[in-house]
Design a protein around this ligand. Structure first.
Ligand code: 3HC
Length: 327
């Protein structure tokens, strides 16, 4: 169903678009944007809801590992920057839920799906933040990987998702720089600070590479998502792009990436790197990562404790609507 060795990429793409409306195919062929009221195949809609919801959930759950360090940031300046960053992530989640709602789903249902384990969030947020340097490593590596994955999504075929990504990527770029700056300060500080920075990079490197998803030959959604113009590059292509971008940055930080096999390959024009053990990714996705349980318990508890806010907002909105009706 997802292609075979005998098909050219064009033929594979054409096959993925069989049985879709002519208007939809034309829009994709001319790089047009699909807008909420346009005709679209049900499977395209479902794929977008799955991906956008998962993305939104990731932004919201992603607030936890760093929010955990706001009260312990080493200076007022660091605290203010980290608070702004964590608030940005909340904003990204809200944009993305709003983008998903343009596809006819309800935000409350998406949250139910997350809380009951029917929808996923990114594997990376199931790792602990043990030291202050982890906040730097998340900014540099995790937000760096997010940028590589999300800049192409600014050209996604679905208009509301693509437009949300433009602002999200600008803010992610600030996040990546703040992480780099934290690590640069630590790696040029005392030997203990440098060791702390190196330890954080050692723990976050491979999980960051796994954020891009399973390898292409084990990525069931990629072929169709690429034919539909949702994904613009394969998981492995983006992972390679991230490695190529990060190697010189590690040199500038005077930190070592924990992979002795990384080296420039003149023939390929890319860095080679070690084979990744994807069993870890699949275990984390299944719920068996170091912090899955803690993250979900915290999320569900916060949602339940916030019930009164949602009720108050709904009551206020009803009052406003009744007042407007009376006027
Ligand atoms: N974590 C959790 N699940 C993952 C995953 C990951 N890192 N990578 C893949 N998966 C899941 C997929 O969701 C899919 O499961 P499903 O069919 O049940 O949904 C399955 O593994 C197979 O993977 P595929 O490659 O076939 O799936 P996709 O084509 O959807 O590709 C993706 C996965 C690359 C993550 C893609 O969905 C994507 O680009 N999503 C948008 C970006 C996003 O969600 N990023 C999350 C991080 S957000 C973030 O980092 C916040 C920032 O502030 C740091």
């Amino acid at each position: 169903m997802y292609g075979n060795d005998y098909e050219t990429p064009d033929a594979q793409r054409a096959r993925q678009l069989e049985d879709t409306p002519e208007s939809f195919r034309e829009l994709l062929a001319t790089e047009g944007r699909v807008e909420p009221r346009d005709e679209m195949p049900d499977a395209y809609r479902r794929t977008l809801v799955r991906q956008i919801a998962q993305h939104a959930h990731s932004e919201i759950i992603g607030m936890q590992p760093e929010g955990n360090w706001i009260s312990r940031a080493p200076s007022l300046r660091r605290k203010a920057i980290l608070m702004a960053k964590v608030q940005d992530e909340a904003g990204h989640g809200l944009y993305l839920y709003a983008a998903a709602e343009t596809l006819g789903v309800d935000r409350a249902d998406l949250l139910d799906a997350l809380h009951s384990g029917r929808q996923k969030y990114s594997s990376i947020f199931n790792y602990p933040t043990l030291t202050w340097a982890d906040v730097g490593a998340i900014g540099w590596l995790v937000d760096g990987a997010a940028i590589v994955n999300q800049v192409p999504l600014c050209r996604c075929s679905y208009g509301p998702y693509a437009r949300a990504m433009v602002r999200v990527c600008k803010e992610e770029s600030f996040h990546q720089r703040q992480g780099f700056e934290i690590l640069h300060t630590l790696s040029h500080g005392s030997p203990a600070q440098k060791a702390m920075a190196q330890d954080a990079v050692d723990r976050y490197w491979f999980p960051a590479l796994m954020m891009f998803g399973p390898p292409d030959d084990n990525s069931p959604n990629s072929a169709r998502s690429m034919a539909w113009g949702i994904k613009r590059h394969s998981n492995d292509d983006l992972r390679q792009r991230f490695v190529d971008m990060t190697v010189p940055q590690a040199q500038a930080l005077d930190l070592t990436l924990p992979d002795p096999e990384i080296r420039w390959n003149e023939d390929r024009g890319h860095h080679d790197f070690a084979e990744i053990d994807f069993t870890e990714l699949f275990e984390v996705i299944k719920g068996n990562g170091p912090c899955n349980q803690q993250r979900m318990e915290h999320k569900v508890r916060a949602h339940e404790e916030g019930a009164w806010v949602r009720e108050a907002a709904a009551a206020f909105a009803a009052k406003q609507a009744a007042g407007e009706g009376a006027a």
